[in-house]
Design a protein around this ligand. Structure first.
Ligand code: DHB
Ligand code: FE
Length: 278
């Protein structure tokens, strides 16, 4: 049977992808961040997940404001890196796992979790930057990827409670898939940042550290956190952190294996955490 054995929470700042693509990771600005990623890269090389379910938000690349699915799962055999205005990133095509994607769709929808089915979906920095963080620059990505896009751009975004419940439903779905697969769930986005308006540049390190702590120490506090609290305490784009709660919901008795936090990275408090699942 398929099994979710681990989860990763990580920021997905586009400049991190650009630093990898342009060979800048040893430069003084980037070195402290990428030094912290080394352990994560060694870990995933050993862990070797067959499939990564990457929970991310689309930043008006696949979807515009004409169509805003709250939750959408990619079921295609391939997903192309999106053109976000500078041409697509020169990273490998993302290979899907249609059989598992369709099984998750069926399990979710028949259990009354009505997710949107995406037969075609270019994937933007929200998905490709975490792959670069974990795998650097391989010829091909070493795992199959199931993209799960979450609306955190257009109000009303899904609640933390709903995100956590979706994670649990995904766990149930994966564990009823009849193939021996090791699955890692990644929740991307955050941590605190605000890219626009009067508080552009806002970062809250204390909030970020407390969030990392409470993923294992007090998950209920994070699950119950309201949009207004994210806005106030982590900036408008800090609300991307609800996607980490989908990852958390997919794990059983999560134990922290590793974390790294560095601030600032571009406009963001950049965090990474690895959690083990029973
Ligand atoms: C930045 C962070 C993001 O999460 C994003 O989607 C875009 C930009 C930034 O800090 O530059
Ligand atoms: Fe983002």
């Amino acid at each position: 049977m398929a099994k979710i054995t681990s989860g990763v929470g990580t920021s997905h700042v586009p400049a991190i992808g650009a630093a990898v693509d342009k060979g800048m990771t040893a430069q003084p600005y980037w070195h402290p961040l990428f030094e912290g990623y080394e352990h994560a890269r060694k870990w995933i090389e050993k862990e070797k997940p067959d499939v990564c379910i990457i929970v991310y938000n689309d930043h008006a690349s696949a979807f515009s404001l004409e169509l805003v699915p709250t939750f959408a799962i990619g079921v295609a055999p391939e997903f192309q890196p999106a053109d976000e205005g500078y041409g697509p990133r020169k990273v490998p095509t993302v290979k899907g796992h249609p059989a598992l994607s369709w099984h998750i769709c069926e399990s979710l929808i028949l259990n009354e979790f009505d997710i949107t089915i995406a037969n075609e979906m270019p994937v933007d920095h929200g998905l490709t930057v975490p792959l670069s963080i974990m795998y650097d620059q391989p010829e091909e990505w070493p795992c199959k990827v199931i993209p799960l896009a979450v609306n955190v751009v257009q109000y009303p975004q899904p609640l933390g409670t709903r995100c956590f419940a979706l994670g649990k439903a995904i766990r149930e779905a994966v564990e009823s898939f009849d193939e021996d697969l090791k699955v890692c769930v990644l929740g991307t986005g955050g941590m605190s940042h605000q890219l626009q308006g009067e508080r552009a540049g806002f970062i809250n390190k204390d909030f970020d550290i407390a969030f990392l702590n409470d993923l294992t120490a007090n998950p209920e506090r994070l699950i119950q956190m309201k949009h207004a609290e994210y806005l106030r305490d982590s900036g408008s784009e800090g609300a991307e952190l609800v996607m980490w709660l989908i990852m958390l919901g997919a794990l059983k008795n999560p134990k922290e294996l590793y974390r790294h936090y560095h601030v600032p990275v571009s406009n963001t408090g950049a965090g990474l955490i690895i959690l083990d699942s029973e």
